[in-house]
Design a protein around this ligand. Structure first.
Ligand code: D41
Length: 670
């Protein structure tokens, strides 16, 4: 009698926990707080402890706890796991499409189910009567390794199928991977403990899944996206791949949110370009996209060759990592004097362009990665990020490699190089005596987020400094049009346009001007807070460190840099010249007065926006007196969420932060 009641209670708790962990881990859309979930979990745990006979294999409490294995046993896949052929170009894709049309003897447009190609490991999971019974790696496609205990620890993999209507036997196939954020965090922890780091998320995922002790796997941030069904007994699957994915989702599995259906080759190419362009914004590494003929009857007609289906193909992206040799290392001097070691490389095609220089960041990184001149290295270029040397190919180190030494004099101005205790960066002590620092300061002043001087790019600044036409930013306003026109690749029209663009930049907001001065550690957000707090340049220049630290997001370091900046006579001279040449500030008060609702409010922006870029949204908010920060906390007033907003959205919802979309932002701004 009592047991019957307890059994009911246990059943109910399990149902609730399955439901909420599905919402949290699969849909990324939780309905209850973490603490509420923990409470339910502990309640179930307690009941199961008191009644061990009622514990079942699929209970949410049973994910972890299996004993370590001595070795993995082998699993023969009942239906072989096929491999995927690759194409690397549109021409090869055309050939694939033509083969399909020829085989089908039809010129009809073919419909494809398309999805990103995750860079992880393929896995098969078998459910009997709705319960997870076995998971295996792909192996060679015929025989894999039994990783059941490890897969059970992956929180987004259901231990029991959802709903009532499912096959007697169901095999789900998909890719196990490690999201980038989890990978970075795992490596950060490893570095902190002085342990070995993983080379990339793929290796980290493979290493985590192939642990004999499931306890270790449980601590690794693994995820899975499912992409097909294998064995299906006692159930009629729908007739297209896309509908099967929908059904797989209904059984409780995670399916990649980017998958969709497209028409013909043009649809495939559009998808490829879209994903390629957003590759770096995705939360996980991918190495291409996959196209699959959507209709199963056509798939069957097409069949497969060797081990790969004729109805599917992977369209690979250009590799983001390649091997090349470090020919030499130079030191580049930045705006604040920081010396950055830059590797001169044997040119290599990576990430879609030819790369011959890559940053080594700083000497700590050089030591940590043990990089020498002459080494064979992996160069990485991801999206628009500056190419970097990711690591050395150790096995290939020759005898003639040379260590990289930090120079003791600045390579540009010969001033002493200084390194503050505890700082990774070494700096040239020459200040504005150093031509490199002067040049970088002018580039920063002219840049888009600062004074936004149209047409005055990095190359032109270098040319102007080189020709001796400008020494400081104040000289920009005294430029002689004939001297500019006489420069290489210039001419009358370009010179005229440049002078014009410099002239229109004379009315910045105070915030932009403060940012443009290039005070160390004063970024856009800080500059905007300073402008709000002091209202004028004079007030800012006279502020004490104590007074500065009362400003939001100004700490002791920033305060010190600001005071130091305004204590240097040459900085005051340049500012005076700028003001004398007609710089005056657009009244910000107008914007702030109009926008009492936004002033001082803290925003976080996440996801993909459509009517503007995130930078533009940020600029609008800053202009209206709001603050924009990077992470959601209890202090956040609004989360501006675009499409595919992920963890920040769930965090905001958990904390009860108001979430708005682009349209609501426009309403607030207007
Ligand atoms: O994301 C992937 N890595 C991925 C791999 C995917 N999205 N779809 C895939 N589809 C297949 C077929 C067409 C054979 C069902 C695959 C793979 N196979 C695959 N992964 C490793 C070998 C084959």
């Amino acid at each position: 009698m009592v047991t019957d009641k307890i059994q009911k209670k246990i059943d109910r708790l399990r149902q609730q926990l399955w439901h909420h962990s599905h919402l949290y881990y699969v849909l990324d859309d939780p309905e209850i707080s973490d603490s509420e979930y923990d409470r339910l979990y502990r309640e179930l745990q307690k009941l199961e402890q008191d009644h061990p006979e009622l514990v079942t294999h699929d209970s949410p409490t049973q994910r972890i706890g299996a004993k370590p294995l001595d070795s993995f046993s082998q699993v023969q896949h009942r239906i072989p796991m096929l491999s995927l052929d690759n194409v690397f170009s549109e021409d090869e894709l055309q050939a694939f499409y033509k083969r399909i049309q020829d085989r089908l003897n039809s010129t009809d447009t073919v419909e494809f189910a398309v999805e990103p190609k995750l860079d992880g490991l393929a896995i098969s999971i078998v459910y009997e009567n709705g319960e997870l019974v076995q998971a295996a790696t792909r192996g060679d496609g015929e025989i894999g390794e039994d990783v059941t205990q490890n897969i059970r620890t992956v929180q987004s993999v259901p231990l029991r199928l959802m709903g009532e209507d499912y096959p007697d036997v169901l095999e789900i196939r998909g890719e196990v991977f490690m999201p980038k954020a989890g990978f970075d965090e795992l490596n950060r922890q490893a570095r902190e403990k002085g342990e070995k780091t993983f080379v990339n998320p793929r290796n980290a995922a493979a290493g985590s899944l192939r642990q004999l002790d499931p306890e270790i796997t449980a601590q690794r941030p693994l995820a899975m996206y499912c992409y097909s069904a294998g064995i299906v007994e006692g159930y009629d699957l729908p007739e297209t791949h896309s509908e099967i994915l929908q059904q797989i989702k209904r059984w409780g599995f995670p399916v990649c949110g980017e998958s969709k259906v497209v028409e013909g080759i043009s649809g495939c190419v559009a998808f490829y370009n879209d994903i390629l362009q957003r590759r770096d914004q995705l939360a996980y590494d991918i190495d291409g996209v996959v196209y699959k003929v959507n209709r199963l009857s056509l798939q069957n007609e097409l069949g497969f060759v060797a081990r790969a289906p004729r109805w599917a193909i992977a369209h690979k992206f250009p590799a983001q990592e390649e091997v090349t040799k470090i020919l030499d290392v130079d030191f580049q001097v930045g705006r604040t004097g920081a010396l950055t070691p830059v590797a001169r490389l044997k040119p290599v095609f990576v990430g879609g362009v030819t790369v011959s220089n890559a940053t080594l960041h700083n000497m700590d990184e050089v030591r940590r990665k043990d990089i020498h001149i002459g080494d064979q290295v992996i160069v990485r270029r991801a999206g628009d990020v500056i190419p970097e040397v990711a690591r050395v190919v150790n096995s290939a180190r020759g005898k003639d490699v040379k260590p990289i030494a930090l120079p003791d004099k600045c390579p540009v101005c010969q001033s002493d190089v200084e390194q503050t205790e505890g700082e990774a960066v070494a700096r040239c002590s020459g200040g504005l005596f150093c031509k490199a620092q002067r040049t970088e300061a002018i580039k920063h002043y002219a840049s888009r987020k600062a004074m936004d001087i149209d047409g005055l790019g990095d190359k032109l600044v270098e040319q102007l400094v080189e020709a001796g036409l400008i020494d400081t930013v104040a000289d920009l306003y005294q430029l002689d049009i004939d001297a500019v026109a006489a420069l290489k690749r210039m001419g009358d029209k370009s010179a005229h346009n440049l002078i014009e663009a410099i002239a229109v930049s004379r009315q910045p907001t105070l915030a932009k001007f403060i940012y443009a001065l290039g005070i160390r550690e004063v970024g856009e957000t800080t500059a905007s807070s300073l402008a709000d707090a002091f209202g004028s340049l004079d007030a800012l220049a006279e502020a004490s460190e104590e007074r500065l630290q009362e400003v939001p997001d100004v700490g002791p370091v920033v305060a010190q840099h600001v005071v130091h900046f305004f204590s240097e006579q040459h900085n005051l001279d340049v500012i005076k010249q700028l003001l004398d040449s007609g710089i005056n500030f657009k009244q910000q008060a107008v914007a702030s007065a109009l926008n009492e609702q936004l002033k001082g409010r803290t925003f976080v922006i996440t996801g993909t926006l459509h009517s503007m870029t995130r930078d533009q949204a940020k600029a609008k908010l800053l202009a209206a007196g709001a603050k924009v920060t990077g992470s959601v906390s209890a202090k956040t007033d609004y989360l501006l969420a675009g499409e595919k907003a992920g963890s920040k959205l769930s965090k905001a919802e958990k904390l009860g932060v108001k979430v708005i979309d682009e349209q609501q932002l426009d309403e607030l701004l207007s």
